[in-house]
Design a protein around this ligand. Structure first.
Ligand SMILES: [Zn+2]
Length: 249
């Protein structure tokens, strides 16, 4: 738990109110503004209305929502939820995203699209190869600890260029340009040298996802949330060929 400063005029309280948007916004988002709508809305026009399912409040419910959204995406039945003027207005007073996705920067894997979610639904943190650094860790911690997001998804993907470049540099013994080398340094420990060629890249992608997931789950503040049943951190992978997101155990 983060220590709450009860002084209404303190910078800490002001900051948290600013970032979180206050309880009024949270209640609105969890209630009527984005409440349950008939399932027939699924056939409506893109961006036609608020959520068609209640906002997930648990990791299990969040996973189900993401799975349903990915199913819509890969079957070309996107709903493009939470884009309407009413939703945009409601979000001016706060946000209550139900999942945090830590994904790669790859232009082919935007979390809001591949999970068919809209404004206010996902907090997204992206770095090449889902590599962790202090800024990424701080961003994930912010979402979990300050916004009480119940689910973190570490989302890797097929044919990840960051992993490919790392495997290639490892094979040839070459250095990458400054800052890009930092990314490779983070991925290199997880290179699967038991495999060759594309299989090595593919296996290393999975290993990277597992490593990042484990590292996040071991962060003391997040581990405490996991122990309390308030958070799940899962690994997943997006396949460019099928557009399917599947869990990486
Ligand atoms: Zn990538």
């Amino acid at each position: 738990m983060i220590t709450d400063d009860t002084s209404p005029t303190s910078p800490t309280t002001a900051r948290r109110a600013l970032l979180r948007g206050g309880m009024a916004g949270a209640v609105t988002l969890g209630g009527a503004a984005l409440g349950t709508a008939p399932s027939s809305a699924a056939t409506g026009a893109p961006g036609a209305g608020p959520r068609t399912t209640p906002r997930p409040g648990t990791a299990e419910a969040a996973l189900r929502e993401l799975a349903a959204g990915n199913r819509r995406w890969r079957t070309f039945r996107e709903r493009h939820p939470d884009e309407t003027p009413a939703v945009r207005r409601s979000l001016t007073t706060g946000q209550q995203p139900f999942a945090l996705v830590l994904g790669c920067i790859d232009s082919r894997v935007p979390p809001e699209l591949v999970f068919d979610q809209g404004l206010g639904d996902l907090m997204t943190v992206r770095s090449a190869g889902e590599v962790l650094d202090e800024a990424v860790l701080g961003s994930v911690a912010y979402g979990v600890l300050e916004l009480d997001i119940p689910l973190v998804v570490v989302l890797g993907h097929q044919s990840c260029g960051a992993v490919k470049a790392t495997v290639q540099a490892d094979l040839t013994g070459t250095s990458l340009p400054r800052h890009i080398q930092y990314l490779a340094d983070q991925i290199t420990p997880y290179i699967d040298r038991t495999k060759e060629g594309d299989a090595r890249v593919d296996s290393t992608i999975d290993a990277t996802i597992r490593a990042v997931r484990s590292r996040l789950a071991a962060e003391p503040d997040l581990a405490a949330k996991i122990s309390a049943g308030e958070l799940a951190v899962v690994g997943a992978r997006y396949e460019l060929t099928t557009q399917l997101v599947h869990r990486i155990a």
